[in-house]
Design a protein around this ligand. Structure first.
Ligand SMILES: Nc1ncnc2c1ncn2[C@@H]1O[C@H](COP(=O)(O)OP(=O)(O)OP(=O)(O)O)[C@@H](O)[C@H]1O
Ligand SMILES: [Mg+2]
Length: 558
């Protein structure tokens, strides 16, 4: 069990190396000082009992110390022990926070860099769950583990000193230690069984709530919200039960160990009285025993708590390995890119993992400021072709060259900085119109935002909003109609001053008037930048220099 805990949490020990070491080190020093202080107190009481006679302190050695010195050492070591525990605890909390941050950053970085075709396999809910819950629960489990280690060291120190200074109760103590350990082993199995599914149930909650709330309008409209509510309750109940069972295991073990402690305390007193040992022995063993036992329960419960939470680091390690196996390779030295307008697709083929090919042996040359219209049936691979050009996915065979550089060898972000795009579904965050147009820019240029909106025919409706460009547009731009969202996405593309404009079904959702306005906007920019338009509408693609038909996995000129 301990090996299992270590195997799952050891990585985080190294992540929070400094804090964890300080916590454990100060835990040990604190334990020694505290034990010393208790030991001195017991001797002091015993000395008073013996009418202030000098007492030969067994533990310190062959010195005869006065009561004044004992009091002083007791006082100082007691205060220091508390202070040192405070430092130990402070570092435990710091280690937790460091690990929490590390996990959140690691998930974010890995997810940002995961190959697109594998990213698609992930659920949004699971990603959010990982960032929130895994960061929190793994670091919490680790914190319990660290507390368990420091508490065990303290308990073991007490235990050894008890054995050393009160040898009369040797057998009683050994039996106590053995039984406490057996209780831990018994409950650790239970905690592990109950805690096993906690992480996967939390994933379920994440997946479920994300899919529910992302589609709430649809779900409400078809009157499935009751079913959704019942389903949620089932999942929440399942989690609640698993969590309470896992955590209650540690309280049960604490309860049993407490009972055991009382019995052993009673036995120890009885034994010392019967065997006529000295009173100082009785006082010493009782005070040490009474101080030791809470440390025993604490280390027991903390070990069990960290064990109950072990499914989090366990599942997380598997996920990280999976993500690392499907990571974009960013290690090799990338070439610098100066975009000169040429894009060449050379015998490009693509298929999603374990699927048949979508594009096969496709060739295309795009010159600077060319305009290309692409048509093709639904599902023929038009958007996939765009994803290949933008580097979202890499060809499974063949190569794509931008300005003569293979896209496999360039820093893809330098290439993407040249692109303005309107996708079939566009990204909008719960922020103002302006913040959405100037995405990511803090000090955006209001005049430029306005001119981009005018250029995209979006100013008409933005101007009429109560807060104009400062109007909040909600998640996914839900404040607007489908056609308005397309215009905003076009405005955003213009705002970035692209060298290449990609429009994937840009006129969906536009009425006839807006569509003809849209066509005139695009016509006016032809020749100023490279343009690729994908559309089922002939009127739109016909404005381009060339129209290509994506058919049978290749492009045919028409
Ligand atoms: N993640 C995926 N895994 C497997 N197949 C996929 C995946 N994404 C898309 N496809 C398949 O790839 C094919 C091409 O899809 P794509 O989106 O490029 O079509 P499209 O030509 O843009 O269609 P539309 O005109 O409807 O937008 C489709 O048959 C689709 O089922
Ligand atoms: Mg498409």
């Amino acid at each position: 069990m301990l090996i299992k805990i270590w195997r799952n949490y050891s990585k985080y020990f190294f992540v929070s190396n400094r804090e964890s070491r300080i916590a454990i080190f100060f835990g040990i020093v604190g334990a020694f000082l505290e034990t010393l202080s208790i030991y001195l107190l017991a001797n002091l009481i015993s000395n008073f009992e013996n009418k202030f006679s000098y007492f030969n302190i067994k533990f310190i050695g062959p010195f005869n110390l006065s009561n004044e010195i004992i009091i002083a050492v007791f006082f100082i070591s007691g205060i220091f022990a508390s202070y040192i525990y405070y430092i130990s605890n402070k570092n435990i909390v710091r280690a937790k926070c460091k690990i929490e941050r590390y996990i959140r950053e690691e998930i974010t970085d890995l997810t940002l860099n995961i190959k697109w075709e594998y990213y698609l396999k992930l659920s949004q809910g699971d990603i959010s769950k990982s960032i929130i819950s895994e960061g929190q629960n793994i670091s919490e489990g680790y914190m319990y583990f660290l507390q368990a280690i420091t508490n065990s060291v303290i308990a073991i120190t007490y235990f050894c000193i008890c054995l050393l200074v009160v040898p009369d109760t040797f057998f009683i103590l050994i039996l106590y230690g053995f039984l406490a350990f057996r209780i831990y082993v018994y409950y650790s199995k239970k905690a592990e069984i109950y805690g096993k599914d906690l992480s996967s149930i939390t994933s379920k909650i994440g997946n479920w709530t994300a899919s529910l709330f992302n589609n709430l309008k649809y779900i409400r409209t078809i009157s499935k919200d009751k079913i959704a509510r019942d389903e949620s309750r089932k999942i929440f109940l399942h989690f609640g039960n698993a969590y309470s069972k896992a955590m209650v295991a540690s309280y049960k073990s604490k309860f049993i160990t407490e009972l055991l402690t009382i019995c052993f305390l009673f036995l120890a007193i009885l034994y010392i009285l019967i065997s006529n040992s000295s009173k100082s022995n009785l006082i010493l063993s009782l005070s040490l025993f009474v101080r030791m036992t809470p440390k025993v329960y604490n280390s027991q419960t903390r070990f069990l708590d960290s064990l109950a939470m072990i499914s989090w680091p366990n599942l997380y390690t598997k996920k990280i390995k999976w993500a690392q196996n499907h990571h974009e390779n960013n290690i090799i030295k990338k070439h610098k890119l100066d975009f000169n307008g040429t894009i060449i697709l050379n015998s490009v083929s693509f298929n999603y993992p374990d699927c048949t090919s979508i594009i096969e042996n496709l060739n295309l040359k795009i010159n600077d400021k060319d305009s290309i219209g692409i048509i093709g049936k639904s599902g023929s691979g038009k958007s996939t072709l765009i994803d290949l050009i933008t580097g979202i996915i890499k060809p499974t065979e063949g190569d794509i060259f931008v300005s003569g550089e293979n896209t496999r060898n360039i820093n893809i972000n330098e290439w993407r900085e040249n692109i303005g795009i309107v996708m079939q579904e566009n990204y909008f965050k719960n922020d103002s119109v302006a913040a959405n147009i100037a995405l990511g820019e803090k000090n955006y240029n209001k005049e430029k935002i306005k001119s981009s909106l005018i250029k995209a025919n979006a100013w008409d409706f933005v101007e009429k909003l109560p807060n104009s460009i400062d109007e909040i547009i909600y998640d996914k731009g839900m404040r607007f109609s489908g056609g308005e969202r397309k215009k905003l996405a076009l405005a955003r593309a213009f705002y970035s001053d692209p060298n290449m404009l990609i429009l994937d079904e840009p006129s969906t959702g536009l009425d006839i008037k807006s569509e003809s306005e849209f066509i005139s906007v695009i016509t006016s920019i032809l020749g100023t930048m490279t343009v690729i338009i994908i559309s089922h509408k002939k009127d739109l693609v016909n404005i381009c220099d060339r129209t290509l038909h994506l058919k049978n996995k290749r492009l045919i000129a028409i």
